[in-house]
Design a protein around this ligand. Structure first.
Ligand code: BES
Ligand code: MN
Ligand code: ZN
Length: 482
């Protein structure tokens, strides 16, 4: 999908040739004499468009309006123009014209929006028109190919527009890989996706296999991988946007391409959803995709430990003790707590880059889904500055997170009689004990952990990946560049 930014008012919008025209009307809208204004004013007056703030209401679809070049015009009220209302209104308006052959869409703000409303609008068009086709035999892709966003004054919005367009491309890259079933997204195929990114500007990719990983003594990562016939991959991506002397930010993404639980096997219901267990990895790939487009003057490293968590005759067993790359021994009491086992070795590997910060992204715990649901990702961070930067980035990019505690008392349950640490505590505070486990491997750099188990995908009828938290991470990285 191609996005363009243009300056026009409602009379300009009426002249645009396209397949559908969406007009966003805020409660501060002052109608002019042009045909769209007149229609909108009448519709508000008749009560056919909601005008109260906080109530975006239903879009009004008009067909072959005299004086409007586009055959389908959709009037959509956006209340007081908040990001949330714009998002809802655009989603509903796109849905209203989605069934038709709409290839070129014009989205026009009748009143000057806030920056976050522009972000929301672009994200909502992408979201509402997204279709996954890779594993359909007769793919019917998205109809919308071109989207023109019209504003009363475009130049001022160019930076935020470019950023959200890149974020959307990154989110869709992440969605593609997260949505793929595990047999179409093995660790090897995921590494191929990372390698394909290395064709883009400033990006390099290196992929380590079982031999190299054994040489690095990543005993914890290898323990998870040993229950599957699929060989593990350790993916190292670099985005070099500035001088080598500039310390990089390292992103570490959990890349479990399927999580059966291992010997501590999961129940059958909804086990298919564990194909999304590489959403953290997918978000890292998505961020690199966006960086290549925006080319900011920063350095970023992406690390993805990727394998399947399956069970065969060689699979790791509850009670097994393994030695991590850090030298710490781990008693694996539950093989389903595998995310932390692959991440801890990647975190140790991150030390060699002398990073300014390390952020890991993982669908780590069901407990985080219980705590925060699908609205906010869990943020765990003992560094005040880094925590504040990530929280702000979440707010700005409309990709929210929420800070969780890291008190040492939460680590009590991780004590082991047979190793330096156990891989699980009790059930209580499960998202936090998981973070406490990871924290043991992060002494050498400022570190944050994002638990995206609740936010990376949707269950139910709309089952599918969300592309989160690509927008949050991108915003954080771009802000760090300023
Ligand atoms: N990938 C899961 C976490 C998960 C569960 C994400 C449900 C989304 C929905 C992770 O590997 C896992 O299985 N975690 C266990 C940890 C437990 C054994 C301590 C969990 O949350 O149940
Ligand atoms: Mn698991
Ligand atoms: Zn998992």
């Amino acid at each position: 999908m191609n996005f363009e930014l243009k300056t026009f008012d409602l009379s300009g919008a009426a002249n645009e040739k396209c397949d559908a025209l969406i007009v966003l009307l805020g409660s501060s809208f002052k109608p002019g004499k042009d045909v769209l204004s007149v229609m909108a004013a009448q519709a508000f007056k008749a009560g056919d468009l909601e005008s109260a703030p906080g109530k975006p209401g239903k879009p009004l679809v008009l067909y072959r309006l005299a004086g409007v070049a586009c055959s389908r015009a959709v009037l959509a009220s956006v209340g007081d123009g908040s990001a949330k209302e714009v998002r809802q209104a655009v989603a509903a308006a796109v849905a209203a014209v989605k069934s038709t052959q709409v290839k070129k869409l014009v989205l026009c703000f009748a009143t000057l929006p806030q920056e976050d409303a522009v972000r929301a609008a672009v994200m909502a068009v992408a979201e509402a028109s997204y279709v996954f086709t890779t594993t359909k035999s007769k793919p019917e892709g998205r109809a919308i190919q071109r989207v023109i966003v019209g504003l009363p004054s475009a130049p001022k919005f160019k930076p935020v527009f470019d950023q959200v367009v890149a974020a959307v491309a990154g989110m869709e890259f992440a969605k593609e890989w997260a949505n793929r079933p595990a047999n179409h997204a093995t660790p090897t195929l995921l590494a191929g996706a990372a390698r394909s990114l290395a064709k883009l500007p400033h990006i390099k990719c290196e992929v380590l296999g079982p031999k190299e990983v054994a040489k690095l003594e990543m005993g914890s990562f290898m323990a998870v991988a040993q229950g599957s016939e699929e060989p593990l991959r350790f993916i190292v991506l670099r985005y070099d946007g500035t001088v080598k002397s500039e310390a990089p930010t390292v992103l570490v993404g959990k890349g479990i391409t399927f999580d059966s639980g291992g010997i501590s096997i999961k129940p059958a219901a909804e086990m298919d959803e564990m194909k999304f267990d590489m959403s953290g990895a997918a978000s890292v790939l998505g961020v690199f995709r966006a960086l290549a487009e925006l080319k900011p003057a920063i350095n970023v490293i992406g690390l993805i430990p990727s394998c399947e968590n399956l069970l065969n005759g060689r699979a790791v067993k509850p009670g097994d003790v393994v030695t991590s790359m850090s030298g710490q021994t781990i008693e694996i009491l539950n093989t389903d707590a595998e995310g932390r086992l692959v991440l801890c070795d990647a975190l140790t590997y991150a030390e060699r880059f002398k990073p300014r910060a390390v952020v890991d992204i993982a669908t780590l715990t069901g407990a985080c889904v219980v705590a925060l649901g699908a609205v906010r990702s869990g943020l765990f961070c003992a560094n005040e500055e880094l925590a504040a930067a990530l929280l702000t980035a979440g707010d700005t990019s409309l990709d929210l997170c929420w800070r969780m505690p890291l008190d040492d008392d939460y680590a009590e349950g991780l004590k082991s009689n047979f190793a330096d640490v156990a891989n699980v505590g009790g059930r209580a505070g499960g998202a936090i004990t998981a973070a406490k486990f990871l924290q043991r491997f992060t002494g050498k750099f400022p570190w944050a952990h994002l638990d995206i188990a609740g936010t990376a995908w949707k269950s139910g009828a709309a089952k599918g990946a969300t592309g989160r938290p690509v927008a949050l991470l991108l915003e954080y990285l771009l802000t760090s560049a300023k």
